[in-house]
Design a protein around this ligand. Structure first.
Ligand code: FNR
Length: 342
C-alpha cells in the first residue's frame, strides 16, 4: 500500500507541477550599481545550525521505499555528490517497518559517502524509530515533517494529531544529530515557530504553499466524487511563512522552501534571511522528464545564477545576502502588516 502510494506521489507531483504562487514576486531586490564585487570571489557555502554546506541549495525530501524510488534517490545522490548539494531522503518509515526496502534509502549514502544527508520521518515517529532512521543512512541531521492537511485529505491518512510536540521534543533530546522540523507545503506560522523553539528545535524549514501541492496531489488520488478540491489553496505562502518564522528564529536557523524554482527566487529567500533554500519538485521534474544531464545542468545553472545575482548585489557570501536591502510589497506586505511582523 505504502510503496505504491510513493510512486503515486511522484506521478501526481509531476503531473500537477508547481503553482509558483509562493509570494516571492512580492519581494523586490534593490539594484546596486556600485557593487565592488567580482564573480571570482563569490562563496556559496552556508551554515545551518552546526551544519556546514558547500551550497545553499538543498535537494529536499522526496522518496525511497520502492524499486523505482531507489533509482530516483541514486540519481539525486550522484547529483548531490557532484555538485556539493545537501540532500534529504523521503520518509524512512516504510524502511523502519520493512527492512527489505532500506536499500532504497541507503543508496544515497553509498553514492555520497562524504555528503551532507538528512534523514526524514513524520511526527508520529518514536525516539527509537528516529535513532534507526539516522543510523540507516548515517544522517547528518534528521528532518521531521509536518503534514496535517495532507493526512486529512489522504483517504488512508491519520485523523488524530495529538502529542506531536511531545514526540518531537523527545526526538530532539535523544537523537545526536540536529533535528530539522519541516512542513511539506502548507507553511509554518510564527506561533508554530515559537512552539517548536520552546521544545528545543534549532532548525526549521518553512515548507510554504506555492510549489508542490499535497492537497491537490491527495485530491487527485481520491475518487473524483469525494475529492475535497476546495482545499487545494490551503496553506501559508512561502514568503509569508518565511517572514513569520524569521520573526522567531535567528539567522542561520531557517531553510526556505515551497515553490522555489530558480536562482532569483532562491536569492530573494536568502535576502529575506533564510540560510538555505530547499527545492524538491523542480529536481524531480527535470530528472524524470529530461534526464540526468539536464538535472546536472540545472544545478550548474542554479549555482551560476546565484553567483551572478550575488555579484550584482555586491554580496560575496550567502550570509551577506541577508544584509542586502529588499522591498516587500503586494500580498506579503499586507500579510505582515495584518500579523504585526516588521
Ligand atoms: C515530497 N515531500 C516530502 N517531504 C517530506 O518531508 N517527506 C516526504 O516523504 C516527502 N515526499 C515527497 C514526495 C514527492 C514526490 C515530492 C515532490 C515531495 C515534500 C518536499 O520535501 C517539499 O516540502 C515540498 O515538495 C515543497 O517543495 P517544492 O516541491 O515546492 O520545492
Amino acid at each position: 500500500m505504502r510503496i505504491s502510494r510513493k510512486m503515486e506521489h511522484v506521478h501526481y507531483a509531476l503531473e500537477l507541477g508547481q503553482s509558483r504562487r509562493q509570494g516571492l514576486a512580492d519581494i523586490k531586490l534593490v539594484h546596486n550599481c556600485l557593487p565592488e564585487s567580482s564573480m571570482d570571489s563569490i562563496a556559496l557555502a552556508t551554515t545551518i545550525g552546526d551544519l556546514v554546506m558547500r551550497s545553499p541549495i538543498l535537494i529536499n525530501a522526496m522518496t525511497g521505499g520502492a524499486h523505482e524510488t531507489a533509482r530516483i534517490n541514486r540519481e539525486l545522490a550522484i547529483l548531490a555528490r557532484e555538485k556539493g548539494l545537501p540532500m534529504a531522503v523521503g520518509s524512512q518509515m516504510s524502511a523502519i517497518k520493512n527492512s527489505e526496502v532500506a536499500s532504497s534509502y541507503q543508496v544515497v549514502r553509498q553514492e555520497n559517502p562524504n555528503g551532507v544527508i538528512f534523514g526524514n520521518l513524520g511526527s508520529e515517529a518514536t525516539v527509537e524509530q528516529a535513532l534507526r532512521a539516522v543510523d540507516m543512512i548515517e544522517a547528518n541531521a534528521l528532518q521531521i515533517h509536518l503534514n496535517v492537511m495532507q493526512e486529512l485529505i489522504m483517504p488512508e491518512g491519520d485523523r488524530s494529531f495529538e502529542g506531536m510536540l511531545r514526540r518531537i521534543e523527545a526526538i530532539v533530546r535523544h537523537v545526536s544529530v540536529p533535528v530539522i522540523v519541516k512542513e511539506v507545503g502548507f507553511g509554518i506560522s510564527r506561533d508554530n515557530a515559537k512552539q517548536l523553539q520552546e521544545i528545543g528545535v534549532r532548525i526549521v524549514d518553512v515548507g510554504g504553499y506555492g510549489g508542490t501541492n499535497f492537497a491537490a496531489i491527495e485530491n487527485a488520488r481520491r475518487p473524483a466524487a469525494s475529492a475535497l478540491e476546495w482545499l487545494n489553496d490551503w496553506g501559508t505562502p512561502t514568503s509569508m511563512s518565511l517572514l513569520e518564522t524569521l520573526s522567531v528564529y535567528p539567522r542561520g536557523a531557517v531553510i526556505a522552501s515551497g515553490g522555489i524554482t530558480n536562482a532569483l527566487e532562491a536569492v530573494k529567500a536568502l535576502a529575506l534571511g533564510a540560510s538555505a533554500v530547499g527545492m524538491a519538485g523542480v529536481f524531480l521534474g527535470v530528472l524524470q522528464k529530461e534526464g540526468t544531464e539536464a538535472l546536472h545542468r540545472l544545478a550548474d545553472d542554479l549555482h551560476q545564477g546565484l553567483i551572478l545575482i550575488m555579484t550584482a548585489l555586491g554580496a560575496s557570501t550567502v550570509e551577506a545576502l541577508s544584509d542586502c536591502p529588499v522591498v516587500i510589497g503586494g500580498e506579503t506586505a499586507g500579510w505582515c502588516e495584518a500579523r504585526g511582523i516588521d
